[in-house]
Write a protein that binds this ligand. Sequence first.
Ligand code: GLP
Length: 261
Amino acid sequence: MEVVISTTPDEAGKLAADAIEELIRRRPEAVLGVATGSSPLLIYDELGRRVAEGSVSLAKSRAFMLDEYVGLPEDHPQRYLSVIRDEFVHKVDVDPAQVSGPDGLAADLVTACEVYERAIADAGGVDLQILGIGTDGHIAFNEPGSSLASRTRIKTLTSQTRRDNARFFGGNVDAVPRHCLTQGIGTILEARHIVLVASGRGKAEAVHQLVEGPVSAMWPATALQLHPHVTVLLDTAAASRLQLASYYIETFQGKPSWQGF
Ligand code: GLP
């Protein structure tokens, strides 16, 4: 796991965009894993700028989302498919038809999860997965207690997550759905490169557990310690509880230029 502590969230957005740009140059038809939440927005903004400048194009690539609320109507602005369209698809030149998520409106949700797993596999798997982290250590919507081998499935959101996400629903926690479909931890771990971004003091404990805690279903993000290629991009507040922060800083500063992400 490579931990990069930046002074500004902007810098983290640029580093993540660098990793994506490098991947797309090598493999224009790359498969991206895209995440919702506020943390990845700087990445999408930076990618949008680079696409507008012509330095990178996502025209041949495709993207899979991590998760979706169950039951939010198609025109609901907080439906994750709508969020990803507004925050990612509309900023870059990816073909909107090539961006998909689990179907939280399916009559048969169990089958929808299986269909989604198959679609990711048929696309050859995810090359680079962008991830955020919840204050309770969830990744995607894998809440504490999730199996570390889980696949895409229905989950019940914790009250902490519903409170955290109420800000997107006019502050009304009752408007936040109780259920979601989410890629499992086992699904996420199959991505070839995982780039997790986190900022702010509210994430400091979850980040500490992710990087330095014991692997445990109580902090689902700790499963990333089992993955061979994870980059964690943090601001100083999110990194404030890391015991080895100065070592991570020294390592990154001394990193040879030929050693990319
Ligand atoms: C939601 C999403 C997660 C995201 C988390 C943190 O719960 N399902 O994928 O990582 O929010 O969001 P934020 O970056 O806004 O703190």
